[in-house]
Design a protein around this ligand. Structure first.
Ligand SMILES: [Zn+2]
Length: 358
């Protein structure tokens, strides 16, 4: 009997104190808008040092929305940001229209810093899914107002027009100046890259264009440059941070069936991935998750030369497709993202990593 009690005690001790894997201190979610397997294949086939080859864990994501085989970026972004399937067009709400807290909101409850870096307007569907809640993705003015009520530390992208009144050349019909309101809350407002480059602030809105940022080849700064600035600011929080980086305009290349635009934007995004991997490699407490919200263009590699950058893409569509997208994970607990996941399961796993922190 004594022996049984002894063994039972050891067993209970073991299951109570067995070390559970430590959640990552920082999480960086990188979304290539419209970046399917063919798009990633171009990088892997033409670049021996492709950043995509450096991830120890890979998998697939099913991108369907709650009501459609083929998703849009609103439902795709919400799946990743909030961990729920929702209808096309819906931002940060479930199928019934109920607001669901995003990973950013949970992170703030745990005193983490949060940030977004995108090349679209910041009110566009993917970043909006992390920062806002509305059943209609086109409610840009409402979304901008919702953003201004949050405590997101770093917001970098385009779309200044939804933050300023019509009387000042903006789009706001309520004539409210949200940038002024943000300033009153202690935010630094930065209007161009030169000022962003010089700034050492840890709390700012850098809205670099009225609309989306220019395509990568027409900018004198890269998504990687913007990501470096965000990492520098966010990593000063000892509790950690959650950062979302989007290569927003890969999607435009797919919609336009424009191979050159697609590959330039993909290259800009891939350089940002390398920057993030370099950070994570040194930091050692950062989980990096790279995926697409959906594929765009029905892209296929139909010709080219082996071991060369000469490659030809044909497109089967001008829209999004339901083809699965790749998942690439690096850092603490990256293994939970392997295999085939529903997109909202990826989001749910990310949320769980925040919820299970101290
Ligand atoms: Zn699209």
């Amino acid at each position: 009997m004594k022996k049984i009690i002894f063994l039972l005690t050891i067993f209970l001790y073991t299951i109570t104190f067995a070390e559970s894997p430590k959640p990552p201190k920082n999480i960086i979610i990188m979304i290539g808008d419209g970046m399917g397997i063919s798009q990633v294949s171009v990088s892997v086939l033409t670049n021996a040092n492709s950043a995509f080859k450096k991830f120890p864990i890979t998998g697939f994501s099913i991108t369907c929305s709650a009501d459609k085989l083929i998703t849009d970026s609103a439902a795709g972004g919400t799946a990743l940001a909030c961990g729920v399937p929702t209808k096309n067009g819906a931002i940060g709400v479930d199928e019934m229209g109920k607001s669901i807290p995003s990973i950013f909101e949970l992170a703030k409850q745990k005193n983490l810093s949060t940030g977004v870096v995108v090349t679209s307007e910041v009110t566009n569907a993917t970043p909006a899914a992390f920062l806002g809640h509305t059943s209609n993705r086109k409610n840009y003015e409402i979304l901008a107002e919702q953003f201004s009520l949050l405590e997101t530390d770093i917001v970098i992208g385009g779309g200044k027009r939804y933050f300023i009144p019509e009387s000042s050349g903006g789009k706001r019909k309520d004539n409210v100046d949200l940038l002024m309101k943000l300033q009153e809350k202690g935010y630094i407002i930065l209007n161009d890259f030169e000022n962003l480059k010089k700034s050492d602030s840890r709390k700012y809105y850098a809205l670099l264009e009225n609309e989306a940022l220019k395509p990568a080849t027409l900018r004198n700064y890269s998504l990687s440059d913007l990501t470096k600035k965000a990492l520098h600011a966010l990593s000063q929080n000892e509790n950690g941070f959650v950062l979302m980086v989007e290569g927003s305009q890969i999607d435009n290349g797919g919609h336009d069936n424009n191979q050159e635009l697609l590959l330039n934007e993909l290259n800009d995004f891939e350089n940002a991935i390398q920057t993030v991997l370099d950070f994570a490699e040194t930091n050692k407490e950062t989980l990096v998750l790279v995926t697409g919200d959906h594929e765009t263009g029905g892209a296929a590699i139909t010709a080219g030369d082996i071991n060369s950058e000469n490659i030809k893409i044909d497109f089967a569509s001008k829209s999004h497709t339901a083809t699965m997208v790749g998942v690439f994970a690096y850092g603490p607990q990256c293994e939970i993202f392997s295999g085939i996941n529903e997109n909202y399961h990826l989001g749910r796993k990310l949320l769980h990593l925040i919820q299970t922190r101290y």
